[in-house]
Ligand binder design. Structure first.
Ligand code: FAD
Ligand code: NAI
Length: 466
């Protein structure tokens, strides 16, 4: 069988690319080694983590904030197996939805491990050992990523776990030690802290989510601290040992002392690595760089021009919506169109509460690049809508060019920041100035008024409600 496009991997990049290929009239096949479609994001990433974040937030609010709303509840309990089952139901519905979309768009789906036979042929090795080889004029590698670790912290999937196991725990940890206070640590740490676990973060750098604007990390730490978390910043893990019912984590402090933390689970969330195992890249004339990534040009072509790559397996942010844009980009490129992705305007969201969301330059980046800038901030506690819902933690921070007033970056920590950031993306795609946004009517009372107020603050300090 010969296809116009074969896609290896059915994550957000692969399945979006497949649908766009089919829409453009290209005969398309998709290969997935897992029993369900949707990749990391739908099966063990974005969707299940958000399902647990929502459930745990309901519990936290019921036990901590309902009383202040005048709602009395007694004898609250968590049924974790039920919570985990609901999460799985959401995952199952979502992955079935992708299978439906493949059928609807007449995309041939192959279940098994894809590996190159030559630069135009891919063999599918099925679970029962059966093999089938298909040919493609174009091939897209969309094989994603896997959790990474260090030799000092061997994952045993029982006590020393990754995000995948943390999404299926059957008991609430007594003490979860989290190595890495990045996105996964912040999100899954929040889940278990809200459910009553003691959570300790051990982080190599000096703050949570250290790659985002520094203000965000500081504010997030304050919020997560309220859940009872401890932080060991600038600390270095030297050894992680499974002691049966307990885990011991040995750590070097900044002063050069040695301390040991003991918990019942250790979540290793120190980043993810691109995944190309078993693809047999060499026979197609491909190789990865020294960090395991596939190199691509501006058109997402590898060194073999009819073989493309996208998503977590190439450079750039490891985000589902980035992979999706790239899937669409490749499909349209193959169809002869001239698509474009504005990488700097891909938003970044952390689904804690308050949520953190950002787009564009951080303050550290504009300083480093010597771009003249000004800032405007507005705290949620000054907003009527936020007081009504008791979500007063956080702020909106806008960076604008000092001379032109063009918005360079927007950083939000606060209620519904994940949804609010879309307005900033639209404004920046159209190269709006802070004054442009400050002159647009924002419905009252909404959280989005905080963005308008921050833009007012960025243009001659004109915020109204502060
Ligand atoms: P993947 O989704 O990793 O999919 C790759 C697929 O390829 C997999 O299904 C794999 O089985 C398959 N595959 C690999 N090799 C082969 C082979 N040889 N043959 C056949 N199939 C193969 N991102 C966000 O934007 N928002 C979030 O809220 C978010 N939350 C996350 C939460 C967690 C806990 C994790 C771990 C990640 C999260 N991410 C989130 C990141 C997001 O999941 C990834 O960026 C995204 O899934 C990458 O998409 P992809 O298409 O590149 O690859
Ligand atoms: P991350 O890169 O966000 O965070 C890893 C953290 O671990 C960093 O703060 C780093 O300084 C720290 N670290 C690294 N080595 C360490 C060590 N030896 N000791 C102590 N700390 C160490 O990676 P994370 O959280 O594992 O997530 C992987 C990726 O998955 C993210 O980068 C993101 O792209 C994606 N993701 C996205 C989400 C979202 O969009 N909401 C949610 C979850 C994951």
């Amino acid at each position: 069988m010969e296809y116009d496009v074969i896609i290896i991997g059915s994550g957000p990049g692969g399945y979006t690319g497949a649908i766009r290929c089919a829409q453009l009239g290209l005969k398309t096949a998709i290969i997935e080694k897992y029993p369900t479609l949707g990749g990391t994001c739908l099966n063990v990433g974005c969707i299940p983590s958000k399902a647990l974040l929502d459930s745990s937030e309901h519990f936290y609010n019921a036990s901590h904030t309902f009383a202040e709303h005048g709602i009395k509840l007694a004898d609250l309990q968590v049924d974790l197996p039920k919570m985990i089952q609901r999460k799985q139901d959401v995952v199952d519905q979502t992955t079935k939805g992708i299978a439906f979309l493949m059928k609807k768009n007449k995309i041939d789906t192959f279940s098994g491990v894809g590996s190159f036979v030559d630069a135009h042929s891919v063999k599918i090795t099925k679970a029962d050992g059966g093999e089938e080889t298909i040919k493609g004029k174009n091939i897209v590698i969309a094989t994603g990523s896997k959790p990474s670790s260090f030799p000092s912290m061997p994952i045993d999937k029982k006590r020393v776990i990754t995000s995948t196991e943390a999404l299926t725990l059957q008991e609430i940890p007594k003490h979860m030690i989290i190595i890495g206070a990045g996105v996964i640590g912040a999100e899954l740490g929040s889940v278990y802290a809200r459910l009553g676990a003691k959570v300790s973060f051990v982080e190599f750098f000096d703050s949570m989510i250290p790659t985002m604007d520094k203000t965000m990390g500081k504010e997030l730490q304050r919020a997560v601290k309220k859940l009872g978390a401890d932080f060991y910043f600038n600390h270095k893990v030297t050894k992680v040992e499974n002691k049966g019912e307990e885990v011991e984590v040995s750590i070097d402090t900044p002063k050069g002392e040695q301390i040991t933390l003991t918990g019942d689970y250790c979540l290793v969330s120190v980043g993810r690595r691109p995944y190309t195992d078993g693809l047999n890249l060499e026979v197609a004339g491909l190789q990865t760089d020294n960090r395991g990534k596939l190199e691509v040009d501006n058109n997402l072509r590898t060194s073999v021009p009819h073989i493309y790559a996208l998503g977590d397996v190439i450079r750039g942010a490891m985000l589902a919506h980035k992979a999706e844009e790239e899937g669409t980009f490749i499909a349209e490129t193959i169809a002869g169109q001239k698509p474009h992705i504005h990488y700097r305007l891909i938003p970044n969201v952390v689904y804690t509460w308050p949520e953190v969301a950002a787009v564009g330059y951080t303050e550290e980046e504009v300083k480093q690049e010597g771009i003249p800038y000004k800032t405007g901030s507005f705290p949620f506690k000054a907003l009527g809508r936020a007081r009504a819902s008791m979500d007063i933690d956080g702020l909106v921070k806008v960076l604008a060019h000092k001379e032109t007033d063009e918005i360079l970056g927007v950083h939000i920590i606060g209620p519904r920041a994940a949804d609010m950031i879309a307005e900033a993306v639209v404004a920046m795609e159209f190269r709006a100035s802070a004054e442009d946004v400050s002159r647009m009517s924002h419905a009252h009372p909404t959280y989005t008024e905080a963005f308008k107020e921050a833009c007012l603050a960025a243009t001659d300090n004109r915020a109204i409600n502060m």
